[in-house]
Ligand binder design. Sequence first.
Ligand code: PLP
Length: 452
Amino acid sequence: MKLSPRHEKLLARTFLDYRATSDFVDLPLVVERAEGLYYWDVEGKRYFDAIGGIFVAVLGHGHPRVVEAVRRQLGQLTLAPPLHGIATITLDFIERLGEVAPAGLNFAKPFSGGSESVEAALKFARQYFRQSDHPHKHKFVSLYRGYHGGTFGAMAASGTGKRTAKFEPLPGGFLKVMPPLAYRDRFGDWEACNRFCAQLFEDVIVHEDPDTVAGVILEPISNTGGISTPTDDYFRLIREICDRHQVLLIFDEIITGFARTGGMFAAQAIGVTPDLICSGKGLSSGVVPLGAMIARGDMAAAFVGRADSDRHFAHGHTYSGNPLAAAAGLAVIDEIVEQRLVERARVLGEYLAAKLEGLKRLGCIREVRGRGLLRGVELVEDPVTGRPFPPERKLGNALRRAAIERGIILRIDPDWFAVAPAVIATEAQIDELCALVEQCLIDALEQVANRP
Ligand code: PLP
């Protein structure tokens, strides 16, 4: 599409997320409408949304049940006074979240997005230990290449290198280890690699002094890590390590939650229960901003005391527990449960994975990773040796233009791309997605072949 002079002028007055305006102006997309798995731009061109915005619209865009729930709530109550009261719909939402969360995680505080949920979990963990038998536990261990959000605590927990280095110094007490994907070529199989990498957490915890370590925070499947998908065993081992050293296990399920990975939460699909979950994105399917920190119910006891004891959770946001957002979240959860969309994501996810595996015939794919309807495809110049494309001919860079021109929204990195279609997709839509991806890859391969 072409930018209108007015839109081009207005773009100089704002920024896109994590993207240079000059790059956007070169490959613009101004959208006007969305429905289900499709966007339409201002010129009326249709785009297949293969990632639900950015891993958000799990039920597709503008799901009628969610939109209707918000519309109903609009006519009733749109804001409770945060310091004085709570909305009935917010309490209903908290109850429902506890019903679908992993066993024992029935304490929840809703927020307006993922970063707020992460920030809250970090503060909750520190205050929890401050008010229990381990007042010195305050450090967090997380993964290089992981992403937990754009606010300062979430940035400190993230391992995204250059993206966060610009804002240093970040808050102290955040340590990192490498994820399994970084070491895979040193091991004969994934299991051995994952076992080694799980042990890295224990090495750090022990050498830091377990009495100073509050939590391990990680994504069950990491987007910025390249849809890095450790084995279930990796998480079981980390759970054991956390238990051994009384360290809280925090899952950032902002992408993986709400049916996406073939469990209501990835924790359930993996079979490992964390102490805290940070959620966001799919929780409202993109209808209104919403996130939630979910915690083990018994942890809340550390925050109970007389009003003057100062034990209450010293945290809040004006829009936490917003009634409109709660109405959306309730509707999303009810729809997922009633329509059995967790099972659907599992089955359709296998179908999607098989079709993506089939694209290996193009000779530029090393691995298809992920779980359920969250899949990543690693792009390489030589699939036999695993040799990546050189910097000047990265296939992902060429794929970005091809995707926008062909009309498909993907999450694209120079060396991989990801798809995460809505869990309401039909098999025919998965076919459509994969056919578009194939065409785009052929275009991109042609582009890089023609580069000097
Ligand atoms: N954690 C993960 C894994 C994410 O992917 C994101 C956002 O992309 C966040 C946290 C931050 O969420 P938000 O952008 O809603 O603040």
